[in-house]
Structure formats: structure tokens, C-alpha cells
Design a binder for this molecule. Structure first.
Ligand code: NAP
Length: 318
């Protein structure tokens, strides 16, 4: 075998090595490399993949849609509010031509089925599902939480006994409980079931479920939220094992405190108290969670399944 002009042919693998002749007929060795993308940037991680993101009309879902589109995915944006889904699509720049907005309440099984039938019709398959749609505490709980949290802080600083107790669960209504489980856990199941039907024929796919630190270690202000998010982790682990032989990977993200509409109504005192428990001493940004979602959606995480990743600033360290 002739040596390459720079003497490196022996060390190149068969895949990397191409034998060729220069215009003078002399044998030369070339190195095969992936074509550089236009503009000289890095290759796009989701080029041509079809990605469905629920609750992408705002917050984390909107940030994930933007990043996935930037990485070459054809993005399907779901939200319970049509205008919110359409606004996200409109914000995608030139990628919006490959994207579409589909409105549906993920807690409604029939609506989810109809929505995925539309996906099958328009896109003919699915590569990535992000089960992200969610709600915070139900009803007017945020006012109650701010009031009780500030009272507890005052009692602690006064050095006395805690007189104010969270006592949320005792007043949770059946409706609050069912709504919370319905959107998060039922919604994740309904969308996963339909997505699997589209992924199975290709024996390939990535499903990403939005859980929370609350699902890992609990949360004293919303037991129904903590239960729903822990349930999502259980579903993630089981479906990951079930679908592994089809190379459909299922993972979860457990964010800590992230700046979105869901978390914006804490009082300044409550927010400072919550922030003081985060080692990085700040809340995360939606883009920081989107980066985790991109990792799990792309081939960079090809050996990850049944796992959770937690962008949380050190709030929870396992
Ligand atoms: P967000 O800004 O409120 O976004 C959630 C989106 O989901 C909203 O557009 C919401 O619409 C939509 N949605 C609600 N119910 C729906 C349903 N039944 N069907 C379809 N769409 C629905 O909140 P976010 O912070 O981005 O939350 C995204 C996910 O991350 C949630 O699962 C949340 O639990 C999780 N998470 C958030 C944090 C955080 O600190 N922000 C931390 C851990 C986990 P409406 O606005 O009309 O309700």
C-alpha cells in the first residue's frame, strides 16, 4: 500500500481512507470527512428530523422549539392555546416554513389522537417527542404560598417556633388533583402512545419527558405536582425498557427553578428565599433546559435511555 503524501495513510481507518490519483496519474491518499455545512459552522444535530413539542407556546417548550429548529428539525408546536402555538411558529424565522402549529389539550385522549393523526398525514412519521406541556399549582395557590412562606420566614428569623404550616394537601380538591395528574401524567401517556405508533415502523426515536426536581425529591407546596412529576419518571423508566429493542430511547429532564411564566408570580421575598437554596445562586434560563433537550434528542445521547438529567444549579445533587 502506498504511503500518503504526508505519511499518515497507515494510521487512517478504512472508512477514513480513500485512494486516488492526482492529475499526473500518481497515487495519492485523501481523507474522507463529512461535508462541511454551508457557512463553515458545525453540522446541525437534528437535520431533517421531525420533532413534536407539547406546551411549546411559551417557556421551556418555546425555547426547545427554537433550538431544535435552529438545529435543522422540522418542528411541530403544540399548545392548548392556538394563538400561543402559532406565535412560537412565527418566531422561528425561515424554519417556520417547515414547522406547524397544532392546538390540543394533551389531557384529552381523543384530542391527542386526532392531533397525531394530523401529524401522520402531514409529516408521515415522527423522530422526536418532547412531553413538555404543564401547569403549576392549581387555583389561587400562589397567593397562599407567598403568604405562608413569608410568614414562616418571619417566624424563623424571630427565632420562635413555626406557627404557620403549609397544610396544602388537606384542602386540595379532587378537581385540582385530577387536573394536575391529567395534564402531566395522562398527557405524557396519551402523547407517548400515539408517538410510538409513528416511531415503531422506523425502529428509531427519542422521547423526552419533562419531569422536575419536584419529581425527584418532592415539593412541600404542591404534592399533586410532585406526584405527577414522579409518575412521569416511573413512566419514563418503564417505556424506556419496553421500547429499547426498537431503538426508541426515552429519557426525562428534571429542571430546578427556571424563569418562565409558570414561576413568575412568587413574591420578591419568596423568590429570594428559593434562590438562596440554589448553589449557583440564580434561576435557570429556558435556553439552558433546551440545551439538555437537544442533547437527549440528538445522537449525542445515543447510549442514554431510561435516564433523567437535571439542569438545576445544584439545587438537587444525587
Ligand atoms: P409555561 O411557560 O407555563 O409553559 C407551559 C405551556 O404548556 C404553556 O403554554 C401552557 O399553556 C401549556 N399547557 C398547559 N396545559 C396544557 C395542556 N393541557 N395541553 C397543551 N398545552 C398545555 O411553563 P414552563 O415553565 O415552560 O413549563 C414547561 C414544563 O416544564 C412543565 O411541564 C413544567 O412542569 C416543567 N418544569 C418547569 C420548571 C420551571 O421552573 N419553570 C421546573 C421544572 C419543571 P397555558 O399558558 O395556556 O397554560
Amino acid at each position: 500500500m502506498p504511503a500518503s503524501p504526508d505519511g499518515t495513510a497507515e494510521s487512517l481507518s478504512k472508512i477514513d481512507r480513500i485512494e486516488g490519483r492526482n492529475p499526473a496519474g500518481k497515487v495519492e491518499w485523501y481523507t474522507r470527512r463529512p461535508p462541511a455545512p454551508a457557512g463553515g459552522g458545525a453540522a446541525m444535530k437534528l437535520d431533517g428530523r421531525i420533532a413534536f413539542i407539547t406546551g411549546a407556546g411559551s417557556g421551556l417548550g418555546a425555547a426547545i422549539a427554537a433550538l431544535f429548529a435552529k438545529e435543522g428539525a422540522r418542528v411541530i408546536v403544540n399548545d392548548v392555546k392556538r394563538e400561543a402555538a402559532e406565535a412560537t411558529v412565527a418566531s422561528l424565522g425561515s424554519a417556520r416554513e417547515q414547522a406547524c402549529a397544532l392546538a390540543a389539550d394533551v389531557s384529552d385522549s381523543a384530542s391527542v389522537r386526532a392531533m397525531f393523526a394530523e401529524v401522520a398525514k402531514r409529516f408521515g412519521g415522527l423522530d422526536i417527542l418532547v412531553n413538555n406541556a404543564g401547569i403549576g399549582e392549581t387555583g389561587n395557590r400562589r397567593d397562599e404560598i407567598n403568604r405562608k412562606g413569608e410568614a414562616q420566614l418571619g417566624e424563623m428569623m424571630a427565632g420562635g417556633k413555626i406557627q404557620t404550616h403549609w397544610d396544602i394537601t388537606v384542602s386540595l380538591s379532587d378537581e385540582e388533583w385530577h387536573r394536575m395528574i391529567g395534564v402531566h401524567l395522562n398527557g405524557t401517556f396519551y402523547c407517548t402512545r400515539e408517538a410510538l405508533k409513528l416511531m415503531a415502523p422506523k425502529n428509531k426515536g427519542s422521547i423526552i419527558n419533562m419531569s422536575s426536581v419536584a419529581g425527584l425529591h418532592g415539593i412541600p407546596i404542591a404534592a399533586h405536582y410532585g406526584a405527577a412529576k414522579a409518575g412521569i419518571l416511573g413512566l419514563t423508566r418503564s417505556v424506556a425498557q419496553e421500547m429499547a429493542s426498537r431503538n426508541i430511547r426515552v429519557n426525562a429532564i428534571c429542571p430546578g427553578w427556571i424563569e418562565t411564566a409558570m414561576t413568575e408570580n412568587f413574591s420578591p421575598v419568596m423568590k429570594a428565599t428559593l434562590t438562596s437554596r440554589v448553589p449557583l445562586l440564580r434561576w435557570g434560563k429556558p435556553e439552558e433546559v433546551a440545551a439538555t433537550a437537544l442533547f437527549l434528542a440528538s445522537d449525542d445521547s445515543s447510549y442514554f435511555t431510561g435516564q433523567w438529567l437535571s439542569p438545576n444549579g445544584g439545587l438537587f445533587i444525587a
